[in-house]
Design a protein around this ligand. Structure first.
Ligand SMILES: [Zn+2]
Length: 327
């Protein structure tokens, strides 16, 4: 009986598709000969999920292709060793794409943005898309109530202002005291940190009267607490989200390449200001994330930048998140 019903339904479907497809051969023929332009539409620039009572959105600021990962990653290694690790992971040996992903957290009473992307200076190169993708995701810049800066490199502070105007006009700011003091110190003059210190002076310092300065361990708001992750920069902070019994770590720039930095956490990274300390922090943070099986968002992980790590004999394997937050 069951078989007969199925067969009858299949027959009906087949009949329907024949009826619906009568005009198809002609359409197919035309399409095959048409000059059909590519849509050229970029992939969606945001990803949203629930974490307990929080709503979390990762926002793509942009993707930047370039040479590497060597020597940006693994400068202390032979180039062939880095290339071989890339090829073993199905990646090109001498090119890589760096992604930039700020995160927005709606706690129900505050809209908290972590980092601000590269900003207007990068727009001619197709980056600096944070504002565009924030709007596409259903929010507006004036709804952001708190901007948290994990550290003060240009790809995190560039979007704080547009021209002279704050990009998030109603926000207050939460920044690490150590990080702020380092970059605004006159001692940076004449050092390799001088250029970035100048960027901090123009992008960050004018907003100082709206800033709350925090130390590691301090809360941003209830359910969002900071964790010390020094090394990448002197005051680099990461954050733990905790809502409704679910947790997630925002690792910022603790690891900057999902293969090189996670599988070989000891390899030197050009962006790490204190390379030994950054490697120590990387191992400590990802050991905790692996042991506690926590999800994390990494600012430079492949978009949408949400995943887990599995411990390997050496280092960790990045495991992108799939439907864990949809159920
Ligand atoms: Zn960065």
């Amino acid at each position: 009986m069951h078989t007969v019903q199925l067969a009858r339904r299949d027959l009906l479907l087949a009949t329907a598709s024949v009826a619906g497809g009568l005009a198809m051969p002609q359409i197919m023929t035309r399409a095959a000969h048409a000059d059909l332009p590519m849509a050229g539409v970029k992939s969606p620039g945001f990803k949203r999920f629930r974490l307990g009572e929080f709503e979390v959105t990762t926002l793509l600021d942009g993707l930047r292709p370039g040479d590497g990962p060597h020597p940006t990653f693994g400068a202390d290694q032979p180039a062939e060793v880095v290339a071989a690790l890339m090829e073993a992971n199905f990646l090109p040996p001498d090119k890589f794409v760096n992604g930039f992903t700020p995160t927005l957290v709606n706690t129900g009473s505050e809209l908290v943005l972590f980092d601000t992307g590269l900003g207007e200076a990068a727009r001619p190169n197709g980056l600096g898309r944070l504002e565009e993708n924030l709007i596409a995701s259903g929010y507006t810049p004036d709804q952001v109530s708190i901007v948290v800066i994990t550290h003060m490199h240009g790809d995190h502070i560039g979007g704080l202002t547009g021209g002279e105007t704050p990009a998030f006009p109603n926000a207050r700011y939460v920044v690490g005291q150590i990080e702020y003091d380092f970059w605004t110190s006159p001692d940076r003059a004449g050092t390799p940190a001088e250029n970035n210190a100048n960027a901090v002076r123009s992008k960050v310092q004018p907003l100082a009267d709206r800033m709350t300065f925090i130390a590691p361990g301090d809360d941003v708001v209830p359910g969002i607490s900071s964790i010390e992750a020094f090394g990448h920069t002197p005051g680099h902070l990461i954050f733990r989200l905790d809502s409704g019994g679910r947790q997630l770590i925002l690792t910022a720039d603790t690891a900057n390449h999902y293969v090189a930095s996670l599988q070989r956490p000891d390899w030197e990274v050009a962006f790490d200001m204190d390379k030994a300390r950054a490697a120590e922090t990387r191992k400590k943070v990802f050991d905790m994330i692996a042991t506690d099986r926590l999800p994390f968002i990494g600012y430079h992980m492949p978009f949408p930048a949400i995943g887990y790590v599995e411990r390997l004999d050496e280092g960790y394997r990045y495991v992108p998140a799939t439907y864990q937050f949809d159920i």
